[in-house]
Design a protein around this ligand. Sequence first.
Ligand SMILES: [Zn+2]
Length: 110
Amino acid sequence: MKVFVGKQALGESNQEPFLEHIHCDECGQIAQIMFVAFEDSKDNSELVCDLHKPEKPKPAGKKSGTKAAAKSEDTKPDDKTGEYWLTGKCAVAVYLCTGCRTPKAIVTQE
Ligand SMILES: [Zn+2]
């Protein structure tokens, strides 16, 4: 993962460039870009998307070990849990609000 500080970080996104300022939804002031953490495709380190291990849904009224329970465990967990998580390499822009000092983050993924 590479870290880019300040305005030089704005283009280090997997989609549109990050904005220099965003609106703070806590106090209404402006949040200024601080840095972008960018997962490099040449880096073989662990990815943020690998950190999430969603729990598999438990079928209601089914005993584990039955044919029906085994079949439901074969489904993709993300389809049933309703949870969202990154699926690829990401870039995270971190901002700091100039009013309330609350950090904000925007994530893009490859
Ligand atoms: Zn604020």
